[in-house]
Design a protein around this ligand. Structure first.
Ligand code: NDP
Length: 290
């Protein structure tokens, strides 16, 4: 099958590599050198212009936000063929996705939102969990392609449902990272060794992905790798907050999490990793983790 893949960032680059094992891939990236490298390394075809991707049966976007996806839709719209399936793997905004789906439907193009979870390592190893919003028929079409990227593919509901659940689960993770950091800091200041504090947490009821996997290398070993931009995580939590607002929901914890992450982003800048919010937790207490 011919697939047009747009956005070879930290996630898109390895995802397109896996798809190229079974499909004919046309790759396009804003920074052309990345697409050239992909074509060289993985035998994919370099799209000279993004419109070249419109020639494919399936188009996949893996971009920062729905805004960039919209820009690409705008550029491709005149070239799209009826029957094409557009898979948006971006962690986007469900309301925008519904508008995009309607816009594409007018061209006879089907749409699913298919955001992913599992981080860069999951994209590298093709072990992502992929949550898909769309009709049952389009879910099946998307599954046939995305099974090369993930082990768990879940049909969540109609268009937008994938994007909605994605930002909500990321919000849960953000709140967990923050509260776990606060409690680990108190433990440290009480004189408990960080290795011990984490060990006990992970053997008990406070255990989470944050305490088991995300925080130990940072708090215990002093390693702060960039694996997921805080900029993107903040975007996800802001979308979750906008859904709460839309539903007139009373969600003070979510609102606080959004405020804390946006404040952390202002402090740490666009290049920071999301787990660096733990540094802000320390800074708010006049200390650091070293
Ligand atoms: P990156 O920042 O690594 O890559 C972003 C990609 O989008 C790059 O290819 C970039 O091109 C392209 N891009 C940015 N702006 C534009 C634009 N205006 N027009 C066209 N292309 C543009 O992001 P990730 O791969 O990390 O994330 C992509 C999506 O996946 C995000 O929605 C994120 O929330 C989500 N996600 C990320 C995870 C992670 O661990 N990183 C995990 C799960 C989901 P260029 O090379 O020119 O900059």
């Amino acid at each position: 099958m011919k697939i047009g893949f747009i956005g070879l960032g930290a996630m898109g680059y390895p995802m397109a590599r896996h798809l190229a094992k079974e499909h004919e891939l046309i790759v396009w990236n804003r920074t052309r050198e990345k697409a050239e490298r992909h074509a060289r390394e993985h035998g994919t075809t370099l799209g000279g212009d993004v419109a070249d991707c419109a020639d494919a049966e399936v188009i996949i976007t893996m971009l920062p936000t729905s805004r960039e996806v919209d820009e690409i839709v705008e550029r491709l719209e005149a070239h799209l063929k009826p029957g094409t399936l557009w898979i948006d793997a971006t962690s986007g905004d469900p309301n925008v996705s519904r508008e995009t789906a309607a816009r594409l439907a007018a061209k006879g193009v089907d749409f699913v939102d298919a955001p992913v979870t599992g981080a860069i390592v999951g994209a590298e190893n093709a072990t992502l969990t992929i949550m898909i919003g769309g009709t049952p028929e389009n879910f099946e079409r998307a599954r046939e392609v995305l099974r090369l990227n993930g082990k768990t593919l879940i049909h969540v509901g109609p268009v937008g449902a994938g994007h909605a659940i994605k930002v909500l689960t990321n919000t849960i993770m953000g709140a967990t990272v923050w509260i776990t950091s606060e409690c680990m800091l108190i433990a440290k200041q009480f004189g408990i060794d960080m290795k011990t504090a984490l060990e006990v947490t992970n053997a008990g009821s406070g255990r989470s992905n944050a305490s088991e996997n995300l925080l130990p290398p940072r708090l215990r070993d002093g390693q702060w790798p960039l694996v997921f931009k805080l900029l993107h995580h903040d975007k996800d939590i802001r979308i979750a907050a906008s859904l709460a607002h839309q539903q007139h929901a009373s969600t003070p914890m979510l609102a606080l999490t959004q405020q804390l992450f946006s404040a952390a982003l202002h402090q740490l800048g666009d290049g920071a990793d999301y787990i660096e919010v733990a540094r802000i937790v320390a800074r708010m207490n006049g200390t650091c983790w070293d």
